[in-house]
Design a protein. Structure first.
Length: 220
């Protein structure tokens, strides 16, 4: 495994033409990896060699995130966090802040559910994880639609629309809700079309959610 990680880093340097990678992230390694300190020690060697500046991990579970930041060379954690999946704020955020670890949010729109644009009539390509991984058959059950059954998610979104009645597109509000957390460094929402990118950017211009709106989201 050491050889593989080193090869990935060196191949990335070669492919990009860079002398050093600012951040290399291990994407959702198996839980047992967090109990193998020799893997994390390898990245110290790569840092000493000037090939990377920082090491981060992308995780599926809060427990993995907490274990990851026990290693002093882990400087960022990429984690699933959104209106439907709030557990990271209960345990992990405070620990990350204490250790000055950057928090990168992924799946912020719950695989698109929180855009408010899906319905029972929405058809997904059979090659998309929204179609084939609803029950977690291919990878972590808690990732696609944040682990929520699709029909229940649709009902929850309708209730969200009632909390924000003057909004056709819920995506900027869902992103604003995340941005309101002071422990976060950045969000990486998907944007397969230019219009989605422009929509996501507007979240930065929105005012923070009111207390009554956050309370309603939490209750939902």
């Amino acid at each position: 495994m050491k050889i593989t990680h080193r090869k990935y880093v060196e191949d990335s340097l070669k492919n990009t033409g860079l002398e050093c990678l600012d951040l290399i992230q291990l994407h959702c390694p198996p839980t047992e990896v967090y109990y193998r300190p020799e893997i994390f020690e390898l990245f110290d060697r790569l840092k000493e060699e000037g090939k990377i500046k920082n090491l981060g991990v992308s995780v599926e579970k809060v427990e993995e995130a907490l274990k990851a930041i026990e290693f002093s060379n882990v400087t960022t954690v990429q984690i699933i966090y959104n209106m439907f999946r709030q557990r990271p704020s209960e345990k992990f955020f405070a620990a990350a802040k204490k250790k000055d670890v950057g928090v990168i949010v992924r799946v912020p729109l719950a695989s698109g559910l929180l855009t408010g644009k899906f319905s029972n009539d929405t058809q997904f390509n059979k090659e998309y994880h929204r179609f084939f991984n609803r029950e977690g058959a291919a990878f972590d059950k808690g990732e696609t639609f944040s682990g929520i059954p699709y029909d229940i998610g649709l009902k929850a979104v309708e209730e969200l629309k009632a909390v924000f009645p003057d909004t056709e597109n819920l995506a900027p509000i869902a992103l604003r809700w995340i941005l309101d957390a002071p422990e976060l460094s950045c969000i990486i929402p998907g944007a397969s079309k230019k219009e989605y990118l422009n929509s996501n950017i507007t979240a930065m211009d929105l005012a923070p959610l009111r207390d009554d709106q956050r309370t309603a989201v939490d209750a939902l």
